[in-house]
Design a protein around this ligand. Structure first.
Ligand SMILES: Cc1cc2nc3c(=O)[nH]c(=O)nc-3n(C[C@H](O)[C@H](O)[C@H](O)COP(=O)(O)OP(=O)(O)OC[C@H]3O[C@@H](n4cnc5c(N)ncnc54)[C@H](O)[C@@H]3O)c2cc1C
Length: 161
C-alpha cells in the first residue's frame, strides 16, 4: 500500500500540483511562440504598402500577448521556486496554471487573427498553437476547478462536497 489508509485522494491531489506547474510552463512556451510568430510575421507581411506591424490594432495584439507572456512566466517561476524550496505551492500552482492556460488560448486566438487566413492553414504554426493551448485549460484540473481552489484558499470556504 502506498501512503496511509484513507489518504489516497489527498496524495493523488497533491501529485497534481506539480503537474500544474509543468502545464503552466508549457503554456508560457505557447504564448512565447505566439509572440515570436506574430512579431516576425507582422514585420514581413505588407498590406496597403505597409508592414502589418505599423497598424495600431496589430500592435495592440502584440502588446497583449507580450504582457501575458511575462505574467505567465513570472507566475510559473514563483510556483516552481516554492516547489524547489520545499514550501507549500498548491495555490500558486493553481494560479499559474489557470492564468497561463487561459492566456495561451487568448494568445493563440490573437495570433490566429493577426495572421489572417494564414493563421488557419497548416503552413504556419499558429493553428497548432490554438489546438495545443485549448486542452491546457482542461487537464490537470479545469480552469473552473482552479478557481474553486483559489477561492477556497482566499476564503477558507470550500465549494467541494
Ligand atoms: C488530451 C487529454 C489528456 C488527458 N490526460 C490525462 C492523464 O494523463 N491522466 C488523467 O488522470 N487524466 C487525464 N485527462 C483527463 C482530464 O484531467 C479531465 O478531462 C479533466 O480533469 C476534466 O474532467 P472531465 O473530463 O471528467 O470533466 P468533468 O469533471 O465532467 O467537467 C465538465 C465541466 O464541469 C465542470 N465541473 C466539474 N466539476 C465541477 C465542480 N465541482 N465545480 C464547478 N465546475 C465543475 C468542469 O470545469 C467542466 O467545465 C486528459 C484529458 C485530455 C483531454
Amino acid at each position: 500500500m502506498l501512503g496511509a489508509e484513507g489518504e489516497g485522494f489527498t496524495i493523488a491531489m497533491h501529485s497534481l500540483d506539480k503537474g500544474r506547474v509543468s502545464v503552466a510552463a508549457g503554456c508560457t512556451g505557447i504564448i512565447q511562440g505566439c509572440l515570436e510568430s506574430v512579431v516576425t510575421y507582422s514585420q514581413e507581411r505588407k498590406q496597403f504598402g505597409r508592414p502589418l506591424a505599423s497598424f495600431q490594432m496589430i500592435l495592440d495584439m502584440i502588446a497583449q500577448i507580450s504582457v501575458d507572456a511575462d505574467a505567465a512566466r513570472l507566475l510559473t517561476w514563483r510556483a516552481a521556486d516554492l516547489t524547489e524550496r520545499g514550501e507549500p505551492f498548491g495555490t500558486e500552482a493553481s494560479k499559474a496554471k489557470y492564468f497561463a492556460s487561459e492566456a495561451a488560448v487568448k494568445a493563440a486566438n490573437l495570433a490566429l487573427s493577426a495572421f489572417g487566413g494564414y493563421g488557419y492553414v497548416d503552413e504556419y504554426p499558429v493553428q497548432k498553437y490554438m489546438r495545443d493551448a485549448r486542452v491546457m485549460t482542461l487537464y490537470e484540473g479545469t480552469s473552473q476547478i482552479q478557481k474553486l481552489l483559489i477561492g477556497r484558499a482566499e476564503t477558507g470556504i470550500s465549494a467541494f462536497l
